[in-house]
Design a protein around this ligand. Structure first.
Ligand SMILES: [Zn+2]
Ligand SMILES: [Zn+2]
Length: 139
């Protein structure tokens, strides 16, 4: 635990942010979660702490701007945040259950496209891929 905290502190400082307790707790929580989390998810999980929701929101956006978290919108106009790690720093698609709303990270997949036909954003990988269907629990 102490080692983990040192590691979190070092990661945050390496990006030029102050390692405040709330920022470290937010990063630790999002890193431990294997699917993207909304501001509400994070605030609910940290509700026992003294930080208000605005502080937690600011921490999420600061960490995203610093490149430690990635923001994703799976189509419901809610920003969700997930950790960016060294071995997994490229964007990957997400599976969204149309019944219960569960979101799962999917392995990276190659989009085959003819360069001349693809919009510039796609060629530059400035897009998000979402796959919709029923999750294992709902099927
Ligand atoms: Zn489902
Ligand atoms: Zn993901």
């Amino acid at each position: 635990m102490a080692k983990n905290l040192d590691e979190l502190r070092a990661a945050v400082r390496a990006r030029g942010l102050r390692a405040t307790p709330s920022r470290l707790a937010v990063l630790e929580l999002v890193r431990a979660h294997d699917a993207p989390m909304s501001h509400g998810d994070v605030a609910d999980r940290l509700a026992s702490q003294a930080w208000d929701r605005a502080t937690i929101y600011r921490n999420l956006t600061d960490l995203a701007e610093a490149g430690l978290l990635r923001r994703t919108d799976v189509g419901d106009h809610v920003w969700r945040f997930e950790a960016v790690s060294d071995d997994h720093d490229t964007a990957h698609p997400h599976f969204v259950c149309t019944e219960c709303g569960t979101i799962e990270c999917l392995p990276e997949l190659e989009l085959a496209m003819r360069r001349s036909k693809a919009p510039r954003a796609l060629r530059q990988r400035q897009v998000e891929v979402h796959v919709r269907g029923l999750c294992d629990a709902c099927i």
